[in-house]
Each structure stands twice: as structure tokens, then as C-alpha cells.
Design a protein around this ligand. Structure first.
Ligand code: F6P
Length: 331
């Protein structure tokens, strides 16, 4: 079988489909290369002393892990000098990172969650890197305002999962493809040319410990899932919750399902970040035929008002997401 690498895939998207510029291709290749490097660091674990807390907090007031800090540095350094970016924003940094004057500037903005699934870093459970690419509006300084574009404006989004194998999921707005890292060759090999999420599912993912804080539509839906065959949905549901969004979403891309981190009485604005988590995942899920809402609105239509904004997230198999969104609209 002919092995297609990430570069070949991108060249084809550039040449035949016209959806990738040379600059965007370079950007994605650089991010993917940085993910190899993060994967390498993650896989060494305790051997290199990179587990545990860094002793600092991020902008959200959460304790940073050493690997959060390392991953952020790897991505910044890799992307600074190539000339494809106007600026970068990261979940780990309060303000956008400007490209130093000594390097050329490009037309794109990169947003990233350098290491998603922090609570799983030290316990050897899958974690990953999420990224999103926007175009910098012409003639403006790439400050925070330049990043505040709805997710529908993303030109590319992807994520890597550092699990039993290291994978990269990518969309450039023309479907979703999955690549597996061949460690011996150091290349990303196309292993899933066209990822599609089944419209129906019998598997849900939610942090059940938040139940007492949920709104009525979420309680209604989960109670119906738990009632299984004897309830209104007429089938038994299974539950999965890895607590790394990258792993939970990859499972949904692989076999369907619904993932929810809704707004609730404790997480009044939601728990996950709009710009670094919800938007890239929503683009990927929609490109794979699924749906993504905050309960009342398509996530990709949410107009951000601040960089580190949080949002409720309900995404995955289309019919199930529409059901839960319908329960919200019904009040
Ligand atoms: O935002 C980071 C993250 O680790 C996500 O990957 C995951 O879905 C969520 O937090 C889990 O949060 P909690 O353990 O608080 O439910």
C-alpha cells in the first residue's frame, strides 16, 4: 500500500483542492513537527524528570505542569521564525505572543492548547495538543482584538493525541484526515483519509460528578440515557469519560458518541475554552459530519469577546447533539 505522508496530503490539498496556501502548509507542517517533539518528551515521562507541577499558575489560575510549560515553549520556538505567522495565542499565556522583529511576519494567527488533559499528565493517560488557525485581518496589529473572530473563520484546526500511538487529526476545511506517527521514520502517515462521525450513537461522555450543578435539559438527557431500553430513548447507553478532551473527541471521531461539558451552576460560562478547545474541535466535528453547540447556539457562530473565554460544549453524533440542543430550546 502506498504510504501518504502529511506533507503529501497537504500538497494534494494545495494543488488539487486549492484549500491550502503554501504558507498554511508550512504552518501546519511546523505545528506537526512541534507535536512530534512534544510526543517525544511526553513518552519519556519520569525518565527525564518532566512530570509534576512547574510551580506556577496559568492565566486561568490553574497550576501549570512542567509539561504544559515545555509544550508551550516548543510550539512558540518552532513557529516564531518561519515567516508564516502574524502572532500566536496560547491557553498558557495571558496575552498574544508577538513575532520578534528579527523574524519575518506572515498572514496567519495560531491559537493553541499546548497540552490538553493536564490532570492526566502524571498518570500516564492520553493527553494532546490542540491548535486552530485564523487569518489576521489586513492592516491591523495582531493584538488580542485580531484574534476575536468566530470559529467559522478558522482556516484549519487539528489536534494530536499522545496515547498508545501518537496521532494527528487535521481539517483544512475539506473533511477530516487522521495521521499516525511512524516513530522510526519520524513521519506522519495518513491512516484515516476521511473521518466521519455516525449520526446516531449509544455512548455519552460527561463528568458525572457535576450532576448536582447541571441545568434541567442536561439532567433530562442523561437520565434518559441512564434509563436505557426502559426509557424514552429505547436503547441502552454506555458511558466513557477519559477527562482529556483530545481522547474523548478522538473516540467520537472513531466510533461516534456525544461529549458534553455544559454550562452549569458551578461553571457558569462553561469549563472549556472557546478559542483553544471548543472552536477547533467544533470545526473538526462539523467537518466530520457531526454537530457542536453550546446548548442554544452553534459553537462556530459564537462571537468571542475575550481571548480566554469559556463556553459550554455539546458535540458529536449529529442526531444526539440536536436532541440535547432541542431540550435546551424547549426550555
Ligand atoms: O480543559 C482541560 C481538560 O483537561 C479537558 O481536556 C477535559 O475535558 C477537562 O479539562 C476535564 O476537566 P474536569 O476533570 O474538571 O472535569
Amino acid at each position: 500500500m502506498r504510504r501518504i505522508t502529511l506533507t503529501q496530503y497537504l500538497v494534494e490539498q494545495q494543488r488539487e483542492k486549492g484549500v491550502v496556501s503554501a504558507e498554511l502548509r508550512l504552518l501546519i507542517e511546523v505545528v506537526a513537527r512541534a507535536c512530534k517533539s512534544i510526543s517525544n518528551a511526553v513518552s519519556k515521562g519520569a525518565l527525564t524528570g518532566i512530570l509534576g507541577n512547574a510551580g506556577s499558575d496559568n492565566v486561568q489560575g490553574e497550576a501549570q505542569k512542567k509539561l504544559d510549560v515545555i509544550s508551550n515553549e516548543v510550539l512558540l520556538e518552532a513557529n516564531e521564525w518561519g515567516g508564516h505567522l502574524a502572532a500566536m495565542a496560547s491557553e498558557e499565556m495571558e496575552h498574544p505572543h508577538q513575532i520578534p522583529n528579527r523574524y519575518p511576519r506572515g498572514e496567519y494567527l495560531l491559537l493553541m492548547d499546548p497540552l490538553d488533559g493536564s490532570s492526566n499528565i502524571d498518570v500516564n493517560v492520553s493527553i494532546g495538543t490542540i491548535f486552530s488557525v485564523l487569518r489576521c485581518p489586513e492592516g491591523v496589529t495582531p493584538d488580542e482584538q485580531a484574534f476575536l473572530q468566530p470559529g467559522s473563520k478558522q482556516v484549519a484546526a487539528g489536534f494530536a493525541v499522545y496515547g498508545p500511538s501518537t496521532i494527528l487529526v487535521l481539517t483544512v476545511g475539506n473533511g477530516v484526515a487522521g495521521f499516525t506517527l511512524d516513530r522510526e521514520l519520524g513521519s506522519w502517515v495518513l491512516t484515516e483519509p476521511k473521518i466521519e462521525i455516525p449520526a446516531d450513537t449509544a455512548e455519552f461522555a460527561i463528568n458525572m460528578s457535576n450532576r448536582r450543578n447541571w441545568s434541567a435539559p442536561i439532567i433530562r438527557y442523561i437520565d434518559e440515557c441512564l434509563a436505557g431500553k426502559t426509557g424514552p430513548l429505547g436503547k441502552d447507553y454506555n458511558m466513557r469519560w477519559v477527562a482529556s478532551m483530545v481522547a474523548d473527541v478522538y473516540r467520537i471521531l472513531s466510533r461516534g458518541g456525544i461529549f458534553m461539558y455544559p454550562q452549569d451552576a458551578k461553571h457558569k460560562e462553561g469549563r472549556l475554552r472557546l478559542m483553544y478547545e471548543a472552536n477547533p474541535m467544533a470545526m473538526i466535528v462539523e467537518q466530520a459530519g457531526g454537530a457542536a453547540t453550546n446548548g442554544t447556539q452553534r459553537i462556530l457562530d459564537v462571537q468571542p469577546t475575550k481571548l480566554h473565554q469559556r463556553v459550554g460544549v455539546i458535540l458529536g453524533s449529529r442526531n444526539e447533539v440536536e436532541r440535547v440542543t432541542g431540550y435546551h430550546k424547549a426550555g
